[in-house]
Design a protein around this ligand. Sequence first.
Ligand code: ATP
Length: 386
Amino acid sequence: MIRFEHVSKRYADGTTAVADLSFEVAEGELVTLVGPSGCGKTTTMKMVNRLIEPSSGQIFLDGEDIATIDPVQLRRRIGYVIQQVGLFPHKTVLENTATVPHLLGWQRGKAGERAAELLDLVGLDPSVYGDRYPDQLSGGQRQRVGVARALAADPPVLLMDEPFGAVDPVVREHLQNEFLRLQAQVRKTVLFVTHDIEEAVRLGDRIAVYGAGRIEQFDAPAAVLGSPATPYVADFVGADRGLKRLTVTPIEPGDLEQPPIVHLTDPLPKAAARLAAEGARWAVVLDDQDNLHGWIVADAAATASEGTVGEHARRMEAWLPVGSSLKRAFSTMLQHDAGWIAVLDGDRFLGVLTPAKLHEALRRSIDADAQDIARSDVELQTVADA
Ligand SMILES: Nc1ncnc2c1ncn2[C@@H]1O[C@H](COP(=O)(O)OP(=O)(O)OP(=O)(O)O)[C@@H](O)[C@H]1O
């Protein structure tokens, strides 16, 4: 969808911002460009919508050399979101969102409808926020309007330059998650600039790690974290790779423990006997449809001689869908101050993740990586020997 072929940019003062870049972003793929300040990320991005012209090389959009496309026409095919958002202060949120459809000459009503639809999509109720002005919004809400505006004319490509850079870490994580959900729906081809490796790992289908003016590694997040291509990447990714692996390692059914299970309608003595027989201190409580309700502790079950489990069960709020990252599991545990969390497949209870199991899963993931690295070393050695 977007292809760079030997692209370089030298500014008038002699600064080489990027040199000989070649890479490709597939349709519907989200590629993050990550690297320290001044390494050429923004220059790369601005060459795609021709805010900056390359000194040499070619960039193709859907097979077409963008140098041959009129810049105004080109920019209509490309949504652009920047950190400063750049909303018009004297226009309402709805008018701001409808900017591009207006420029494209859409009927007023149609443009307004589209803008409202987009605001809804980014989680802003148009009936609440549509008539507000940008200074009546929080920083996070302004960023959402920026994303809605970039998507309004339904461009196939989205360029995002540190779009969540100016908000605090909690709002940032929120916006990242919302954006991932949104991207799963709209499947745009996205180039996303960030200097934050965590953000790059969380959002990117693939990551381009920039050194000074060049890409040091272009790979899937797990590969960048697990087998950095150069010492520079290893250094940039950081020494705490184990922690970062939390982000890319999913909870798998095999990671889960199976505690005793009782049902809401079970008589208490029966549940108590079950717990005693298994030597368990607590059991998971399911409802009649086998959906998660909560848990019951052995003491509560043993001291009451009548009634049902439902009368003594506690609700369980700490749960996650299977496949969620270990990082989410960890933060859910902390947030609920829970010693374990329930893992579900849809509504179906699969088992529980405990801190010990979480640690095991993390170890497994790091070890698998180490083996991968060892294997690729061996392969390189074999090639060198041949
Ligand atoms: N108009 C310009 N004239 C001269 N040099 C420039 C110009 N714009 C950028 N540069 C230089 O080109 C290099 C790459 O800049 P660029 O903005 O692409 O980096 P970046 O990776 O996006 O950095 P940051 O994360 O700080 O935004 C830097 O050394 C910068 O100083």
